[in-house]
Ligand binder design. Sequence first.
Ligand code: SF4
Length: 401
Amino acid sequence: MSDFNKDFGEYKKDLDKASKDENINRALGRAVKSYRENTDAALAKYPHTLALAEEVRGIKDYSMENNKQLLDQAMKVIESNHGKAFYAEDREAAIRIANEIIGTGKVIVKGKSMLGEELKLREGLEEAGNEVWETDLGEFILQLKKDRPMHILSPAIHVPREQVAEIFSKFFNKEVPPDIAEEVAVVREFLREKYFTADVGISGANVVAADTGQIVIIENEGNVRLCTGAPPVHIAIVGIEKLVPTFLDAMKTAEVTWRYANYGAPGYVNIISGPSKTGDIEKVTTYGAHGPKEFYVIFVDNGRSKMMADKNYRQALHCLRCGGCMYECPVFQVTAGHFGRTYLSGIGSVWESFVDSVDAAAPMLYTCLRCGRCVERCPMKIEVPTMVGKLRSEVVSDDTE
Ligand code: SF4
């Protein structure tokens, strides 16, 4: 497992080892082929996507320029929708706010969230004495394996079915065969009980509409529906860069995201505006009908406003986390998530420079080949090679001070 607390030499050895790992090579070879075929087919089937992506680039430009105003607007609207909105400047604040809402001794079901990985959210909630279950299948496998995601959308891309069977057999204390349908079924049965007994559900968000306060979450498995719908409390944890001005902007952004994320149309698009409510008895509004009674949104900065303030790097915040660039990256294709920490590949090296530090991201910045293949695939046309070059010069200037 890659860890930048090791020195650069160790990191290089880790990359070399990963490049010779047959599981990674086989899994990535299949994934790249299928990503390209599926995405190209989806773009041919929905040809308006290219023009829509261009429109979303404009929406993102405006949103970064006006982020503070959008954040204020969204927070007010969420409160008027009977939710509660918070702003967390960094990891410590985000974990503290979440733990103040949740308390201790609670059962939590959690959907996949890159921000959650960035903040080490599960660990922060567990340290406060809570039981936390990842509900995305890939994340669940990694939770049991004590491993970290190797792709932002397919976190367990490097774990073949045979290894999954071993992990599940040990955890469930029964023989689980290396059959994907049976592996999925055993997790479904286990988590079903957790959804309906959990005290809290946690999700991320793909995009947030500032005018309506609605959060949008794209998924395929249906686990997010259950996490955000079954427990009595729902907490959404969201990076401030996810804000766009209007609901229509949010829908456009969501469509471009899922199209480039390899889904023609995703299984589910969740749109959440506040707690569950009913007015069916005497027209008296009562909260917590079938869904959560309480709804909280924690907007997290953690280096994002610094990125926004710098015109050289602001564009990195346009990233939709579609994962497309990773399949095109020649280094990622042979090393998977070993080229990265929370955020992966070239775009990840820019993100790590801000959510952590340029020095911490230096090994990644020098792994990127700056070949530009990522820019070709990226719906936001993010100029990663230029940013990586600029950040490298900052590493050097830091060293020479
Ligand atoms: S940099 Fe572009 S291609 Fe890569 S994940 Fe972000 S939006 Fe997708």
